[in-house]
Write a protein that binds this ligand. Structure first.
Ligand code: PMP
Length: 365
């Protein structure tokens, strides 16, 4: 018998808004100086790595992990100074937490609002979950346009607002009083994404008890544990209780649980590394500012955004010399000719700065 079974094509099955997306691009970085993804460049100290190896060897990986990650949560509470009244929800990276929140809030026509430019996953996850995305442009200097935000809030009544504090890809902290006005005006929840908290010294965590619609999100990724994939949401149980229903039961694996638990018992190690990164950031900022034609944006994160003519050409030339940073030129009108570099080790930073200088001299001569 001839095979008459016909299946539909991806174009017929997949939602049009997914067909229209491009996957989040992660460029290959083998043998490159990797300054594109806001990772902490430092490994753990030898003794801690040995402890981690023993923990990994003993971990019962034939069993599912603790679905409620009780021990890890207790350690996080201690290490991050989370108040007893607040609950914690864990995600496989904070990316997953954004997705959990959006899935839970995606009623028909519900709006997810953020600023532009912002972390691209806010917009992407709104699309995944069929939420309507509203992006309110920042000012030219990347500060919040508060009147525009308040107008958009009144007009669209967003179910969820995401604000990264400091913001990615711009590196700046928004005005805290402006954020408070947004929290007070918002009919829905406001998630303050503090992925870069370790480099900023300020937080909305202490305001959680004051505003019933406020949630704070953190991640261990920028602190030095990006490979483990652990993010957390902190907030009132009335919200987290609902989000817990959407979280897949074993989303945080046993290796992540035991290793994060151990490393966080010695969180000083990571905080010292963050301190070194801050010192390096200041050095890089000072150097970049001396380059002719360069606009360097202030940063409270572990990366620096800068604007320079022929940014795309410079990005390619750096790549040819095996230095990978992030090209933002072309992603948003406000980011024209902008590049973003993650603060690396002192050696990597010197290499980046001198190579950049050489390339600019070559291009302009
Ligand atoms: N929020 C912001 C603002 C980010 O820049 C990132 C990563 N680039 C994330 C969240 C996600 O981090 P992770 O999933 O590694 O926790």
């Amino acid at each position: 018998m001839p095979n008459t079974h016909r299946t539909l094509t991806p174009e017929q099955i997949i939602r049009p808004e997914i067909l229209a997306l491009s996957a989040y691009h992660v460029p290959p970085a083998t043998d490159m100086i990797k300054l594109d993804a806001m990772e902490n460049p430092y490994p753990l100290p030898e003794s801690l790595r040995n402890t981690v190896a023993q923990l990994a060897a003993r971990a019962p990986i034939n069993r599912y992990p603790d679905a409620s990650a009780t021990e890890l949560k207790a350690t996080l509470r201690q290490a991050l100074g989370i108040e007893d009244e607040m609950e914690i929800l864990l995600g496989n990276g904070s990316d997953e937490i954004i997705q959990i929140i959006a899935m839970a809030a995606a009623r028909p026509d519900a709006v997810l609002l953020s600023v532009e430019p912002a972390f691209v996953m806010f917009r992407m996850i709104a699309t995944f979950t069929q939420m309507r995305y509203v992006g309110v442009p920042l000012h030219q200097d990347f500060s919040l346009d508060l009147p525009a935000m308040l107008e958009a809030i009144a007009k669209h009544e967003p179910a969820v607002i995401f604000l990264a504090y400091p913001n990615n890809p711009t590196g700046n902290l928004f005005d805290a009083a402006a954020i408070v006005s947004i929290i007070q005006a918002a009919p829905g929840i406001v998630v303050i994404d503090e992925a870069y908290h370790a480099f900023a010294d300020v937080s909305f965590m202490h305001r959680l008890s004051k505003y019933p619609n406020l949630l704070v999100m953190r991640t261990l990724s920028k602190l030095g544990l990006a490979g483990l994939r652990l993010g957390l949401l902190i907030g009132r149980s009335e919200w987290l209780h609902e989000f817990e229903k959407v979280r897949l039961p074993y989303n945080v694996g046993i290796m992540t649980q035991v290793i994060a638990d151990e490393v966080l018992q010695q969180a000083d190690v990571l905080l010292e590394q963050a301190q070194t990164i801050k010192t390096e950031r200041a050095k890089m900022l000072a150097y970049l500012e001396t380059i002719d034609g360069m606009t360097v944006f202030p940063s409270d994160a572990n990366f620096i955004l800068f604007r320079i003519n022929a940014a795309s050409q410079i990005f390619q030339a750096l790549k040819q010399r095996r230095i990978l940073i992030k090209k933002l030129d072309g992603t948003h009108p406000l980011l024209e000719n902008c590049l973003r570099v993650t603060v690396g080790t002192p050696e990597e930073n010197v290499q980046f700065c001198t190579t950049l200088n050489t390339i600019i001299t070559e291009i302009t001569s």
